[in-house]
Design a protein around this ligand. Structure first.
Ligand SMILES: Nc1ncnc2c1ncn2[C@@H]1O[C@H](COP(=O)(O)OP(=O)(O)OP(=O)(O)O)[C@@H](O)[C@H]1O
Length: 273
C-alpha cells in the first residue's frame, strides 16, 4: 500500500527541527536551522528561489509550533499556503505595512517579556509560537508598488524585523530577483545569517547576495548554468558557501502538503499574539 503524506507526518513537525533543503555537490544532505537565523535568497528570475521558499514554507506549515506570515506580490508563488497562514499579504502595500507594523509590535512585546525575565531569546520551552515571515519578493514592496514614503517604511520595518526578530522568535525568509545594492544594501544583507545565491548574471550580483569577495574566491553564482534551476550557493554565518541543489516540490505535491498542513492547523490560526 502506498503511504500518503498524512501517514508520514500524522502529527506535524517542529520549526526547531532542521529543515531539509536538498543535497550538496558531494551528495550530502543540506539542512537549515531557521529559528535564530534569517535567510536571504537572491538570483535572476527562474533560478529557483520560489522553489526554496516553498520548501521552507512546507516545513513551516507542517510545524504546529509556528505561525506563518506570507508576503507574495505575485500571489501565485506562495498562494497555495494561504490556508495555513495567519496572514497572507498580496500585492497591497497598505496591507504589507499594517502586517509589518503588527509584527514589530509583537516583537517589542516579546522583548519586554524577555527583559522582565532577564532572558536574551525565546526558546522552544516558552510555549510561544515562532512566527515565520516569508517574503517573495522584497523589491515588489520596496521598489515597485506604493509611494516612495510607503516603500521606505517597508524597508525600515523589514530591516528592524530582520535585525531584531530572531531572538524574539520571528525569523524572516526573503527573496529577490533583483540582487542590486538599491534592493539589498550591504547593511541589510549582513543581517541575514543564511544567504542563498541562485544563478546571477554577474559576479558582482553574486557578491551582493553572499557578501563581498566570495566570487573572487571561486564562490560565484554567475557560473551556475541557466539550465540547472535549483542550484545555489548557500552561505551559513561564519562558513564557506556550499554548492547545493534544492529539492523541488511540484505543484501537485505542494497541493497535497498544503491541504494536510491546513488540516493540522485547523483551529490554530488567527489567534491573538
Ligand atoms: N530545485 C529545483 N529543481 C528542479 N527544477 C527547479 C528547481 N527549482 C526551480 N525549478 C524549475 O525552475 C522553474 C523556476 O523556478 P522558480 O519559480 O523557483 O524561480 P524563481 O527564481 O523564483 O523565479 P522568479 O524570480 O521569476 O520568481 C520552476 O518552475 C521549475 O520548473
Amino acid at each position: 500500500m502506498n503511504s500518503t503524506f498524512a501517514d508520514v507526518y500524522p502529527v506535524g513537525m517542529s520549526i526547531f527541527d532542521p529543515i531539509d533543503l536538498g543535497i550538496d555537490e558531494y551528495g550530502q544532505p543540506v539542512t537549515l536551522d531557521l529559528v535564530y537565523r534569517n535567510l536571504l535568497a537572491g538570483g535572476e528570475p527562474g533560478g529557483g528561489k520560489s522553489g526554496l521558499l516553498n520548501l521552507i514554507t512546507a516545513h513551516t506549515a507542517l510545524s504546529t509550533d509556528t505561525r506563518l506570515v506570507l508576503f507574495d506580490g505575485k500571489l501565485v508563488e506562495l498562494g497555495q499556503w494561504e490556508d495555513s497562514a495567519d496572514e497572507f499579504v498580496g500585492p497591497d502595500i497598505t496591507h504589507a505595512l499594517a502586517v509589518l507594523r503588527r509584527l514589530q509590535q509583537v516583537m517589542n512585546n516579546r522583548y519586554a517579556w524577555l527583559r522582565n525575565r532577564k532572558r536574551r531569546k525565546v526558546t522552544a520551552g516558552d510555549g510561544m509560537d515562532i512566527i515565520t515571515a516569508i517574503i517573495d519578493e522584497i523589491a515588489y514592496y520596496s521598489a515597485t508598488v506604493g509611494t516612495k514614503q510607503e516603500q521606505d517604511e517597508f524597508v525600515a520595518l523589514l530591516r528592524d524585523l530582520v535585525a531584531r526578530g530572531r531572538a524574539a522568535g520571528i525569523p524572516v525568509v526573503a527573496a529577490t530577483q533583483r540582487p542590486s545594492f538599491d534592493i539589498i544594501p550591504t547593511s541589510l544583507r549582513d543581517l541575514f545569517g543564511y544567504r542563498a545565491a541562485f544563478r546571477c548574471t554577474t559576479p558582482n550580483s553574486s557578491n551582493i547576495v553572499l557578501g563581498h569577495g566570495w566570487a573572487e574566491q571561486g564562490h560565484n553564482a554567475a557560473d551556475i548554468p541557466p539550465t540547472n534551476q535549483g542550484e545555489a550557493l548557500l552561505l551559513a554565518e561564519g562558513g564557506f558557501p556550499r554548492r547545493i541543489k534544492v529539492a523541488y516540490l511540484d505543484d501537485g505535491q505542494i497541493t497535497n502538503i498544503a491541504a494536510h498542513a491546513a488540516r493540522l492547523r485547523a483551529g490554530t490560526t488567527g489567534r491573538a499574539a
